[in-house]
Design a protein around this ligand. Structure first.
Ligand code: BLA
Length: 510
């Protein structure tokens, strides 16, 4: 296991987490050639198949498993499709008179990998009925937030974890807990942010291929798969393994958090990792394989539901944009002479795009509402906009980097979205957002003691949160695609409004 020893907090991205050569002790692993001759076996295989690894290597599985079991496994092998396929069988008797096993079968290079866990005979899951019920409840809730809340609630009910979170990645890989279902005795993580480095790149790539991982007990040592290195000096690639032992760095993170069991389910959007349903338990927890399979299937359906809901929400935003157009036009018609200025609309406009403050800069005067820079700072921003934005919408969530004087007033405005209203002299409607560290704070108990392992302080959620705060120092929440779409629609509407206002003013003068 020397590969793992060279990894520390500075080079996490390079830890070969799929090549650590171990499985969790809740089951066994056997890898064979295409003729069923055993090439590798986990060190604990004797407890399950009655023979130690040395006695299995070079032997054919056909002499170890019943003919019926091997027939079933072989049948599934033919069903494997695509590079990430894993077939499953539940309640298979492997040896005459032996207990039933739940099995996972996949290919790793040219090896057939068979993993087995004793079936949980106490568990009376009706997988089909259960998942169908879960999906039905998912379809009953309204809106994005409702959907997310329902999903974590359902996963908690299915698996029994004490805390289940929906963890969503943002544009730079950092993440936020956006929904949670948690036992009353566990602290809430709702709304907390963590830096991208908490889940390194290779782990994310792996989670796009393999959609569920479970750590039943952080205190159980992994079982090596023997021989560790083959004749090409390679460990077995465990990317698709369901029993893979996880990175010791991550185990330490969980320990420091006081977590004994953890599970996460990938949430994908168009094949890319969008987030994770992350589950924690303060006691060891072994979720039976069939239940995990149900959870994984639910995760896939939830992913599709999210995509659907996103599309619906886009349509709603479109409708909202037209509504804003009509409201503005109607308000315009009702305006009295003397009051004819965009200033009258500021309040209404500030509700169209999510912001902390709004400012209008125009030849006829400036006006501001909410959290905004001072008038003097605003005039500096406008000079910057004259240079940066050539008649188009300009948006940044890092104003301080683009316009250095702004670094000093990020608590008032760290990001802005500017809509140009005319060509010359250039007027702008500007939406402001404050520094994100102002709106997000740690909600946990600051006095809760933690025990620290060899990698120490950095590997705790609180330190992670602090690290995240550092990476976003002086930045606002970024503007979304949908914010930009809305701004573009608003720009067209406002040009029309401005034209009409000018028209009215001229008619009055004549
Ligand atoms: C994996 N890190 C993970 C996983 C999660 C997190 C959910 C997936 C594995 C699992 O299901 O447990 C992170 N877990 C979180 C976060 C929260 C949470 C943010 O509950 C907050 C609510 N981790 C670090 C640092 C490194 C690191 C600093 O914090 C490296 C320097 C590594 N995390 C790391 C590795 C994995 C991981 C290597 C992969 C584990 C594996 O699959 O083998």
């Amino acid at each position: 296991l020397s590969l793992a020893q060279t990894v520390d907090l500075t080079n996490c991205d390079r830890e070969p987490i799929h090549m650590l050569g171990g499985v969790q002790p809740i089951g066994f692993l056997v890898a064979t050639a295409s003729d069923w001759v055993v090439r590798r076996a986990s060190a604990n295989v004797e407890a399950h198949l009655g023979r130690p690894p040395e006695a299995l290597l070079g032997e054919s599985l056909s002499r170890i498993l019943t003919r019926e079991a091997l027939h079933q496994i072989g049948g599934r092998l033919h069903l494997l499709r695509g590079p990430n396929a894993v077939e499953r069988l539940f309640g298979v008797t492997l040896q005459e008179g032996g207990p039933p096993y739940d099995l996972a079968i996949h290919m790793s290079g040219d090896s057939i990998v068979l993993e087995g866990e004793p079936s949980d005979l106490e568990d009376a899951l009706e997988a089909g009925t259960t998942v169908r019920g879960m999906i039905a409840r998912l379809h009953q809730v309204e809106g994005f937030e409702g959907l997310c809340r329902e999903a974590v609630r359902q996963i908690r009910a299915l698996t029994g974890f004490g805390r289940v979170m929906l963890y969503r990645f943002d544009h730079d890989g950092a993440g936020e807990v956006i929904a949670e279902s948690t036992a009353s005795f566990m602290p809430s993580f709702m709304g907390l942010h963590f830096p991208a480095s908490d889940i390194p790149r290779q782990a994310r790539l792996l989670y796009e291929r393999n959609w569920l991982r479970l750590i039943t007990d952080t205190e159980l040592a992994p079982v090596p798969v023997l021989p560790l290195l083959d004749r090409h000096q390679q460990p077995l690639d465990l990317s698709l393994s369901v029993l893979r032992s996880v990175s010791p760095i991550h185990i330490e993170y969980l320990r420091n958090m006081g977590i004994r069991a953890s599970m996460s389910i990938s949430v994908l959007r168009k094949g890319r990792l969008w987030g994770l349903i992350a589950c924690h338990n303060t006691e060891p927890l072994r979720v039976p394989f069939e239940r995990r399979t149900a959870a994984e299937l639910f995760g896939q359906i939830f992913s599709l539901a999210l995509e659907n809901r996103e599309r619906e929400e886009e349509a709603e935003r479109e409708a909202q944009a037209s509504q804003v157009h009509h409201r503005l036009m109607a308000a315009l018609g009702a305006m009295r002479p003397g009051n004819r200025s965009l200033t009258e609309f500021l309040e209404m406009l500030s509700e169209v795009i999510d912001c902390d403050g709004i400012g209008l800069w125009s030849s006829t005067g400036t006006a501001m509402r909410g959290h905004t820079p001072t008038a003097e700072e605003f005039s500096g921003i406008v000079r910057f906009l004259h240079r940066a934005a050539s008649g188009t919408i300009y948006a940044t969530h890092r104003l301080g980097e683009m316009h250095p004087p702004a670094a000093d007033f990020s608590q008032r405005a760290a990001g802005l979205l500017a809509i140009p209203l005319s060509r010359a002299p250039r007027d702008y409607l500007v939406f402001f957002r404050r520094a994100v560290t102002h709106s997000v704070t740690w909600a946990g108990d600051p006095n809760k003691p933690v025990t620290l392992g060899p990698n120490g302080l950095r590997l705790t959620p609180r330190k992670s949160f602090a690290a995240w705060q550092e990476t976003v120092q002086g930045q606002s929440r970024p503007w979304s695609e949908s914010d930009l779409m809305m701004a573009e629609r608003l720009r067209v509407t406002l040009l029309e409004v401005v034209l009409q206002l000018t028209d009215m003013a001229e008619r009055e003068r004549r």
